[in-house]
Design a protein around this ligand. Sequence first.
Ligand code: PLP
Length: 396
Amino acid sequence: MLPMTDDFDLETLAIRYGYDQTQEQENSEAIFPTSSFRYRSAQQAADRFAGNEAGNVYSRFTNPTVRAFEKRLAALEQGQSCVGTASGMAAILSTFLGLLESGDHIVSSRSVFGTTKALFDRYLKKFGIEITYVPLTELSAWQSAITPKTKALFLETPSNPLTEVADLTVLADLAHDNDALLIVDNCFCTPALQTPLTMGADLVVHSATKFLDGQGRMIGGAVVGSETLIEEHIRGVIRTAGPSMSPFNAWVFLKGLETLKLRMDAHCERAQRLAEWLQAHPAVESVFYPGLASHPQHDLVAKQQKGPGGLLSFRVIGGREAAWQVVDATQMISITANLGDVKTSITHPATTTHCRVEPEERLKAGITENLLRVSVGLESFEDIRTDLSRGLDALL
Ligand SMILES: *Cc1c(COP(=O)(O)O)cnc(C)c1O
């Protein structure tokens, strides 16, 4: 058998990398739902516990199914190491617990996942970490927010829901010039469309719950980066504090990765068509999607991403009432704030994902009352369009 090296293409790695067949010679990956492992002798137990012998100890630390997922995702992101976590939030928490101490400062894009912001403001601040929020695409704001205590810059690109795109190479240089790390939440693109580590980012965090699973089944997360950062700073937090990925979830994510490229390409294809159709609809005021020529960072998208992604948002003509009318007229699309599923979903950010943001802040961030976000799934394009046109046509 050809050894599975990371010289293979992404599609191949996503299907075959990171798994060691057992003596049963299975073709599909086995799952190891075991909390602990047996040692052959007292000596071996002692060696494993002391870390003198590599091998399994206890599934909060190590599990063969979780390890296969970690190796595969690391290969896809082109990182040296990966650690799986119980959720995307656990990935972000463990990263900062591992890297920061009281008195440190981080600069974060203001357009990050709402719970990430709550984690920073309610919990990290409690332990003496300072956070400054900046507009994602304003380089000068990032520059002037950095202090001698800044340890990391944190962002999502494209942003949710307005799909703004940050220049990763530029921000990586800025971080490194200031002895800080660049940490990217790569949830929306996944390594099928964007590999931040190859553009200078130091760590990638994931909510595996979204496109990595891709079918809305499991909660999980991961952190990917250099062996030093992951093994010396972050894995220990998960082993000790315990937000570990379950073997069963890891197995589902492994299966999800196998179709990642295929799914992401299909999400992009449908989202592109939907964005173009929405842009031409008379009841639509504006559309935000990285694949449109009207997108403010269209050139950067072409350079940085292999595809525009599955997420778009648009403003209808009117206010909250008109936007809600479009949501409520759907008959197939799921009304849910979740994303990255084969099932198309629609949400009204101002009253769901961003409802806890102060109204003034929300407006500054562009989350207007007439804005809707769609995570474009893999149903037929015609059926998605028909479902959205029910409410949109009624606005005319
Ligand atoms: C969902 C999400 C998270 C959190 O992930 P969970 O798996 O729900 O904990 C973090 N970042 C982004 C961008 C997300 O969409």
